[in-house]
Design a protein around this ligand. Structure first.
Ligand code: FE
Ligand code: FE
Length: 170
């Protein structure tokens, strides 16, 4: 028997969409707490600032998911995203690692890109569900965030290339 609403059986596309939104909401709220720490641990000023810029965007991602949940007549709360918890834990280990500043920055970027890719896939699946149930307003809200995650991923690649170029190769 299921005991809570959150644990109830997923029957429809809308049920799965709500489930995905809750999962993403948990992921994004965890990330709001993690990004300032990643910024602090970074040395490259562009990377430091980039993490804080993405923090501001992430705060909007949380708000957008609240809007999506409201459009679905659901609460965005009630699930814990274990995947994001694990990704952030790994990022935390990177933060603690002893490393040359440029190398540490590259490790932080790698951790951050895993997070962005995870988000991109989560938003992509959720957006597809919104399209499938014909809710273009929700699909467009999810697409907006997905685009920002993609842009962040590309910016991280650019910073990584710049940092790699500054590290002696022998
Ligand atoms: Fe996000
Ligand atoms: Fe993100």
């Amino acid at each position: 028997m299921n005991h809570t609403k959150e644990m109830s059986k997923l029957t429809t596309l809308q049920d799965l969409l709500i489930h995905s939104v809750k999962d993403l909401y948990s992921a994004e709220t965890q990330l709001v707490k993690a990004l300032p720490k990643m910024s602090k641990a970074a040395s490259d000023p562009v990377l430091k600032k980039g993490f804080l810029t993405h923090l501001e965007e992430t705060e909007f991602h949380v708000i957008r998911l609240e809007q999506v949940a409201a459009l679905l007549d659901a609460s965005p709360r009630g699930l814990s995203c274990k995947a994001m918890k694990g990704l952030i834990e790994e990022g935390g280990e990177t933060i603690k690692e002893e490393a040359e500043p440029g190398i540490k920055d590259l490790a932080l970027i790698a951790a951050a890109q895993k997070i962005e890719h995870y988000e991109i896939s989560g938003y992509g699946s959720a957006r597809a569900l919104a399209k499938a149930i014909g809710n273009d307003e929700i699909a467009s809200l999810l697409q907006t965030t997905e685009d920002e995650e993609g842009a962040t991923d590309k910016k991280l690649t650019t910073v990584a290339e710049k940092i790699v170029a500054g590290i002696p190769q022998s």
